[in-house]
Design a protein around this ligand. Structure first.
Ligand code: ZN
Ligand code: ZN
Length: 222
């Protein structure tokens, strides 16, 4: 029994890596909001990591998220908890079938996004089967725990990030979404990198991507 606890715990730590570097920094802040540039290799890492969660197609995620920003808390918001119901959003019971081209014009030109849009299910299934062959404990830590935490973590993020037809800060969201709990700050300015002093993803972006690119630019000018 103690062994199961440790594998779930390792799964939780692994999930934090996926949530931070895959979903929040990668899918949300880089791909959906284009706050900063990353290498093509890191884009592939991001797209791989998010296949391990319940994020589904990256193209669908980017499109639905941009539609959400443009129509937040209205009938056209794909996941408004006030309109569609808190628990429906927690359980990801919403769809966004028609994404107008204007929301994903840049994303459909990215061959890496298109590849993972087409094959995310195949990749997830293949990695799951390989993990199962490695061992049941590994499968639980590497595949099952991140999938469940991603599915509910970002379901809870969409559900609890808005209340009374307004975006809001909810500290609990941060536990499973690496700093996305300061959602009202994010809606006020979707280009703002650091949302709060406890915004872990914003902190990492500042340290890893922005300061480095500023230093590189300064170096090139010399
Ligand atoms: Zn929102
Ligand atoms: Zn956003």
């Amino acid at each position: 029994m103690a062994e199961v606890f440790w594998y779930v715990f390792f799964g939780f730590l692994w999930y934090q890596v996926i949530a931070t570097f895959g979903i929040s920094i990668g899918l949300h802040r880089h791909f959906a909001h284009k706050q900063f540039e990353v290498s093509k290799l890191y884009e592939i890492v991001i797209l791989f990591l998010i296949t391990l969660t319940g994020a589904r197609s990256p193209l669908g995620w980017i499109g639905a998220h941009r539609i959400h920003h443009a129509n937040a808390d209205t009938e056209n918001d794909p996941h408004s908890p006030d309109i569609k119901g808190f628990w429906n959003i927690v359980f990801n019971r919403w769809t966004c079938k028609n994404i107008p081209r204007k929301y994903i014009r840049d994303a459909i030109k990215n061959p890496r996004i298109i590849f993972f849009h087409r094959y995310w299910k195949h990749i997830h299934l293949t990695v799951a089967i390989i993990s199962l062959f490695i061992g049941l404990n590994f499968f639980v830590a590497f595949i099952v725990v991140p999938f469940i935490l991603g599915f509910f973590g970002y379901g809870f993020f969409n559900a609890a990030g808005h209340k009374d037809y307004k975006p809001r800060t909810n500290f609990w969201i941060n536990i499973l979404s690496a700093g996305e709990g300061f959602h009202d700050v994010h809606h006020r300015n979707p280009n703002q990198v650091r949302l709060h002093k406890y915004d872990m993803s914003g902190y990492i972006v500042e340290k890893l991507f922005l300061e480095r690119s500023i230093n590189e630019n300064a170096f090139q000018k010399e």
